[in-house]
Design a binder for this molecule. Structure first.
Ligand code: HPA
Ligand code: ZN
Length: 329
C-alpha cells in the first residue's frame, strides 16, 4: 500500500476543527432556503468564488456570513451529521470540536438550541464509532466582558453536557487581541478544572504564544506555527510536550505560508515538537484531515515514520483519558 493510502486508513484524532467551518456551500444554501434567509451570494458557485482569502480576517468575514444560516436546532444537527460523515471517512476515531456560541447568540439563537443540535449529531456519531468532545471558543475580537457573560450563560450546559463539553478555547481575529485580554475568564475555567486551549501564533507574534501558556495556562496551542521564530520557545514546547494543532491547508489558504513547501511543520517535527495535523475549517480550506496529510506528503516529502509520529501525536495530545486511549490503540 502507498503511504497516502496507509495514512488515509490509519486511525487518528482531530483536535482543531471549527464545526461552523465544516458547513459546505451546498448546505449553507439549503439552510438559507429552509430558513428564508437571503444570502449576499446568488449561487453556490458565486459563494465559492468568494473563497479567495488573503488573510485570517478576509476568511472570517465570509465564515461568519456562512454561519448566519444556522437558526434552529435541526440546522446545527444537520451540520454536525455532515461533519460526522466526513470525519468517519477520514479515519478519525476521536474529534475535539470547537464551536463559537457568540456567533449565534448575537443573532438570537440560544445556547440551548445550538448545543442540543450539535449534541444530537455527536451522540449519533458515537454509535457509528466517532468519539467526540466539544470545546467552547470565545471570539477574541469581542470584549472579555462578553466572554465572561457567555461563560456564565454556558455554565449550566457544562453540567448538563459534562460528557461532551469539556473546555474552552479562543479564536477569531488574532492581531490586536492578545491572550492576556482573556486572563479572567480562563482563570475561572481553570478553577473549574476545564480543559484549556487557545489559538496563538497563527498570524500573531511569539509573545501571544507565551501569554497563552503563562497567563491562560493552556494545555495545547492551536496553530502556533510562528513559535519557530524563538528557539527557546521551540525547546520549551518540545520539552513540555505541549502540542501544536497545525492546519496546513488553512495556513496555505490564509497566506500564513506562501506555499506548502515553505511550511515549517517538518522542521517543528524534527525539533521534537508534538505537532498534529488538522483541518481547521474543512469546507473553506479545501479538505479534511486526509487531504491535509496528502498535501503535506507531496510538499514536504514526509517519511512514513514522520506520518506515524503525527498520527500518534494526534491521539496522545487529545483530552481523552489514558484508559480510553489505551483501548483505542
Ligand atoms: N483562526 C482564528 N479563528 C478562526 C479560525 C482560525 O484558524 N477558524 C475559525 N475561526
Ligand atoms: Zn482554528
Amino acid at each position: 500500500l502507498k503511504l497516502k493510502e496507509k495514512v488515509d486508513r490509519a486511525p487518528k484524532a482531530e483536535l482543531h476543527i471549527h464545526i461552523e467551518g465544516s458547513l459546505e456551500p451546498e448546505l449553507i444554501f439549503s439552510l438559507a432556503e429552509r430558513n428564508g434567509i437571503t444570502l449576499p451570494y446568488s449561487s453556490v458557485e458565486s459563494l465559492q468564488a468568494a473563497y479567495a482569502f488573503t488573510s485570517l480576517q478576509s476568511f472570517l468575514d465570509i465564515y461568519y456570513a456562512g454561519a448566519s444560516v444556522l437558526i434552529h436546532e435541526e440546522d446545527f444537527y444537520d451540520m454536525t451529521c455532515a461533519y460526522v460523515d466526513q470525519a468517519l471517512d477520514n479515519g478519525i476515531i476521536h474529534s475535539e470540536i470547537f464551536f463559537d456560541p457568540q456567533t449565534h447568540t448575537v443573532r438570537g439563537v440560544s445556547m440551548e438550541t445550538m448545543l442540543a443540535g450539535i449534541e444530537r449529531g455527536l451522540a449519533e456519531g458515537e454509535k457509528r464509532g466517532l468519539s467526540s468532545r466539544l470545546i467552547l471558543c470565545f471570539l477574541r475580537h469581542l470584549s472579555e466582558e462578553d466572554a465572561l457573560r457567555t461563560f456564565n450563560q454556558a455554565l449550566p450546559y457544562f453540567e448538563q453536557y459534562a460528557h461532551r463539553l469539556i473546555g474552552i478555547g479562543l479564536d477569531s481575529s488574532e492581531l490586536g487581541h492578545p491572550p492576556a485580554k482573556f486572563a479572567r475568564v480562563f482563570s475561572q475555567a481553570l478553577g473549574r478544572k476545564m480543559r484549556l486551549v487557545a489559538h496563538a501564533g497563527e498570524e500573531g507574534p511569539v509573545s501571544y504564544i507565551y501569554e497563552a501558556l503563562d497567563i491562560l495556562r493552556v494545555e495545547r496551542i492551536d496553530h502556533g506555527v510562528r513559535c519557530l521564530e524563538d528557539p527557546q520557545l521551540v525547546e520549551r514546547l518540545a520539552q513540555s510536550r505541549i502540542a501544536l494543532t497545525v492546519c496546513p491547508l488553512s495556513n496555505l489558504k490564509l497566506c500564513v505560508f506562501d506555499s506548502l513547501s515553505d511550511h515549517n511543520l517538518k522542521t517543528l517535527l524534527e525539533k521534537g515538537v508534538a505537532v498534529t495535523v488538522n483541518s481547521d475549517d474543512p469546507a473553506y480550506f479545501g479538505g479534511h484531515v486526509n487531504q491535509n496529510y496528502r498535501a503535506l506528503i507531496d510538499a514536504l516529502d514526509l517519511t512514513e515514520q514522520q506520518c506515524y509520529t503525527l498520527l500518534r501525536n494526534s491521539l496522545e495530545a487529545s483530552f481523552i483519558s489514558d484508559d480510553k486511549r489505551q483501548a483505542m490503540y
